[in-house]
Design a protein around this ligand. Structure first.
Ligand code: BG6
Length: 481
């Protein structure tokens, strides 16, 4: 969303030797440099506990990271950039002393590079390390500087309402909300941002966007991937915390919210929070939890969740969730929203499906309350092929009169080429200070208010073979209108 200027700054990655840095942050930062957006304006300081690497070692790591992606690199140019802009600081035991050393190092890099004291601290650490890191940054005085200081924090934000409130309270002790950037990278996907434009810039859908015309909404995030070696993280989260409480909830709010008073971060957030506050308490019979057992994906044998490295053999962690919820307000009363997410499914698909009511009483379905024709469906596809499709009916050529169903497509790639990775967008927004695509403390807490009670319910775990569409119980739930 960002259109503002990039000011010279230091970008500090807390957790610089971890997975997120390797998979997302470094590739995104490098691409922003390559495009010239950050060149001459951003110095990266990687920070981690490891003490056996130094600036050179970290630059080599950065090189290996980029080599492992599909980004083409010119080795000479890359090493120039690294020598100029990439540094490393070990945090040793992460004591307050170590944080003070970090502060001294930041000061010295800023002096050497003539930077005005603008700082981004990106907490790319496991959730259980968030609080200690925020506290130590604050206690060592790294929460303020002669320029601006921003804190970027990853999901999941808390484990439930109590821990989320506690984390918010702790962060607010050192930072005010305008300095905090809680990431939900789904918000930076082009199709998600386009939802606002699609809904509010086009006249033809907004007046249909309610209970009179919409029968149900489905939000689907299905992945072929398993847990990718993240047993430790996943055992503490599970699909409800990893996906539903944040990514799918954000999609829900953008689909369900009313027209915001403007495009600024707070106007949009206010409308999103209202949706979350209006969600009806979720009952156990509207929830399906699943876990994948062994199976086949694309013809290849895949092990079950319990056999994954690091997962206890009696693990009850859910890798699949289907949830039916309602937002009984004037716009949506009686319209079910179905949220589905699962790992090791038959295909990768992230999609919002808006199903319209069929048209009983029309000349093609003459009997009241019958639905002979398939209803119209609007598909907002986020992955893998970003775009929008509308399913509608047409007459087949010839006699007798027969109707057929076709989709009207718009594909991003055909018009604009491939969209940027979501992380490029969120990093640039954090750097330029645009909070629109970040999650406010109110949103986090309102979301947890809806989901926390689920952890106290006893939801039986259903098994589904890897490579399928999830437990059959989810299909039964889907029929509950
Ligand atoms: C992350 C989750 O936030 O999102 C992962 O922790 C998940 O478990 C990933 O695989 C999905 O993101 P994307 O952009 O690949 O759909």
């Amino acid at each position: 969303m960002s259109m503002t200027q990039v000011h010279p700054h230091i970008f500090v990655i807390m957790g610089a030797t971890g997975n997120l840095t390797r998979l997302k942050l470094f590739p995104a930062l490098y691409k922003l440099f390559e495009q010239g957006v950050l060149s001459g304006k951003c110095v990266i300081l990687g920070v981690a506990r490891k003490s056996d690497i130094d600036d050179r070692g970290f630059r080599k790591l950065a090189h290996d990271i980029i080599k492992n992606t599909n980004i083409k690199i010119d080795d000479a140019k890359f090493s120039n950039w690294c020598n100029e802009c990439v540094f490393y600081q070990s945090l040793g035991k992460a004591s307050l002393e170590d944080y003070k050393k970090l502060a001294t190092r930041i000061d010295s890099i800023e002096r050497e590079k003539n930077l005005p004291g603008n700082r981004v601290f990106y907490i790319a650490l496991p959730p259980k390390a968030f609080s200690d890191s925020v506290t130590s940054l604050g206690e060592s005085g790294l929460n303020r500087s002669s320029g601006w200081t921003r804190l970027v924090i990853e999901k999941p934000f808390g484990r439930d309402i109590v821990s989320a409130q506690k984390l918010n309270k702790l962060i607010h002790k050192y930072y005010d909300e305008s300095q905090i950037y809680r990431i939900d990278h789904f918000l930076a996907k082009e199709t998600v941002q386009n939802l606002l434009v699609f809904r509010f810039a086009n006249t033809f859908f907004e007046h249909l966007w309610n209970r009179d015309h919409i029968e149900k909404v489905e939000i689907i995030v299905s992945e072929k991937l398993g847990i990718e070696g993240r047993a430790n993280y996943y055992e503490q989260t599970g699909a409800l915390r990893d996906m539903i409480s944040n990514h799918l909830t954000q999609l829900l709010t953008l689909v369900a919210m009313d027209t915001p008073s403007g495009l600024d971060a707070s106007a949009i957030r206010n409308e999103k929070v209202k949706v979350l506050q209006q969600v009806k308490p979720i009952q156990a019979d509207n929830i399906v939890f699943g876990q994948y057992s062994s199976g086949k994906i694309d013809g290849k044998a895949v092990i079950g969740y319990k056999e994954e490295d690091g997962v206890p053999e009696n693990s009850n962690t859910e890798t699949y969730v289907a949830l039916r919820l309602e937002v009984p307000n004037g716009r949506w009363n009686g319209v079910p929203f179905f949220l589905y997410t699962g790992k090791r499914m038959s295909r990768k698909l992230t999609e919002i499906r808006v199903h319209f009511h069929c048209a009983p009483g029309s000349i093609f379905q003459p009997f009241e309350n019958t639905c002979i024709l398939e209803p119209n469906v609007l598909f907002l596809t986020l992955q893998p092929d970003e775009g929008i499709s509308l399913r509608f009916h047409i007459k087949s050529i010839g006699e007798p009169l027969t109707l057929t169903t076709k989709d009207l497509h718009f594909k991003y790639s055909e018009v604009f080429g491939s969209p940027p990775d979501a992380y490029e967008t969120v990093l640039l927004d954090a750097i330029t200070g645009d909070q629109t695509l970040f999650v406010h403390s109110d949103e986090v807490e309102s979301a947890w208010r809806n989901y926390t009670s689920i952890f106290e319910m006893s939801i039986p775990l259903k098994y589904y073979p890897a490579g399928t569409d999830g437990p059959i119980e989810a299909k039964k739930l889907a029929e509950k209108l």
